[in-house]
Each structure stands twice: as structure tokens, then as C-alpha cells.
Design a protein around this ligand. Structure first.
Ligand SMILES: [Fe+2]
Ligand SMILES: [Fe+2]
Length: 240
């Protein structure tokens, strides 16, 4: 793919996993804010667009081993991958990070008042994500899987109570924006997850864990917003 400042960030992220890693490293939002041009996204992330463009050009043929081409793989494999990797990761990380943040806040809040805010924000994102994933697993993903089965078998799907797949997708995307914004606030409150000089090992582990949580959220939302959801809308459109 030829990169210039024209394509949208989500299109660049879709072009190959190497491009996505470059965007992630530069702090460029390619999932919730993926509809922006590269130039606008660089401006937003306060990084030089020319430098990002140069890195993207250098790495445009790079393929990360082991990554599945989700733009063409069966949707049932993609929903399974999201459930088993990203949803599972979120469910494991939440109690671990909550316990770590409570411990660190208890010990260090007198010198670092931002720890109280970070703990509250993480509590919000945790609560939202747990409910969000349940809705995807119980309502949206089974419907997408049934659309794909019907398409391959030439059958029909029961009309869903939500009328069209666009409705739950719209809700899920709004919730992605909210979770992304909460993590952005956590990143800002923690100074970009930089532990202070007096941070103990738990403090460092908590910030590292939050950074991992945000990175995973970006990839998770990218797979849904930029690949799964548009493919589901196309599939439903073809079935009508
Ligand atoms: Fe999800
Ligand atoms: Fe989601």
C-alpha cells in the first residue's frame, strides 16, 4: 500500500499489522478515532506526521508472523478470537489491576494524589467493559455468526429484535468511545504511565499493567470497529 497523508488511520491500520504497531507506538488512535486522516491523527497525538509517514513507508511490506488476516478469515473465527483472547484478557486483567491499584493507592496516595483518580477511572472502565462484553457475547456476536452461517448455507436468519445489526453495532461503538476516553484520561493522569522515582515494584507493575490494558483495548476495538462490524453490515446487506 502506498502511504500518503490521504488515507484514514483505520485504513492504514488495516493495511498490515506492522503499520498498526507503528501507529500504536506513536500513540496514534487507530480504533475509536480511526476515521481521521493520518495528518489529523498525528496532530491530535502531537507527533510529526512526516516522521510517521517515513516509518510507515519503510515498513509497508512488514508482516508480523502469526497474525491472522482477519479481513478475509471467517467471521465466526474472528468472534471466537475476540472472545477467547481479548474478552478473556480483560476479565483476567480487571481483578488483578484493581487489587494492585488499591494496594498502590493505599501506600502512595499521600505523595501522589492522582492515584485516587486513576483507581476511580479504572473502576469505571472495568464496569463498562464487563457489561459491554456480555452484550457482545450474548446478543451481537451470535447474530453475526448466524448471518454468516445463513449466507454460507443459503438459509435465512430470524429477524432480530434489534431490527438490523447496525443498531447494536452503533451502541457498541459508542461504548468503545467511552472506554477509550476513560483510558485516555488514565494515561493523562499517570503522565503516560510513567512511574515516579519513588515508585515501588507494585506501583511500576500497576502502570505497566494499565499500559498493556490500553494497548489491548486498542487492538480489540480495532478488530471490532474496523473489521468485524463493517463485514457484518456488508453480510446483512447482501442477505436482504
Ligand atoms: Fe469486544
Ligand atoms: Fe466491543
Amino acid at each position: 500500500m502506498a502511504f500518503n497523508s490521504g488515507p484514514k488511520v483505520n485504513e492504514i491500520a488495516l493495511s498490515n499489522p506492522g503499520a498498526r504497531h507503528i501507529l500504536e507506538d506513536a500513540g496514534i488512535d487507530y480504533c475509536c478515532g480511526g476515521g481521521k486522516s493520518l495528518e489529523d491523527a498525528c496532530l491530535h497525538a502531537n507527533v510529526p506526521a512526516e516522521e510517521i509517514l517515513r516509518r510507515l513507508r519503510q515498513n509497508s511490506d512488514q508482516v508480523v508472523p502469526g497474525e491472522t488476516p482477519w479481513t478475509s478469515a471467517p467471521l465466526a473465527d474472528l468472534t471466537k478470537h475476540i472472545r477467547e483472547h481479548h474478552h478473556q484478557y480483560v476479565r483476567e486483567a480487571i481483578p488483578r489491576l484493581r487489587a494492585l491499584l488499591a494496594k498502590v493507592r493505599g501506600k502512595h496516595v499521600s505523595n501522589h494524589v492522582e492515584l485516587g483518580e486513576i483507581e476511580t477511572l479504572f473502576g469505571d472502565v472495568a464496569r463498562e467493559m464487563l457489561m459491554h462484553m456480555q452484550k457482545e457475547e450474548q446478543i451481537l456476536f451470535p447474530f453475526i455468526d448466524s448471518l454468516e452461517r445463513a449466507a454460507s448455507e443459503g438459509g435465512a436468519v430470524e429477524p432480530p429484535f434489534f431490527q438490523t445489526v447496525r443498531n447494536p453495532i452503533y451502541s457498541m461503538m459508542k461504548e468503545h468511545d467511552s472506554a477509550g476516553e476513560l483510558m485516555r484520561q488514565i494515561r493523562a493522569a499517570s503522565g503516560g504511565y510513567k512511574a515516579p522515582a519513588d515508585a515501588c515494584t507494585s506501583y511500576q507493575a500497576a502502570y505497566q499493567g494499565l499500559q498493556e490494558f490500553e494497548n489491548d483495548l486498542h487492538l480489540h476495538v480495532h478488530l471490532e470497529n474496523n473489521i468485524l462490524f463493517p463485514r457484518a453490515v456488508d453480510l446483512e446487506g447482501a442477505a436482504l
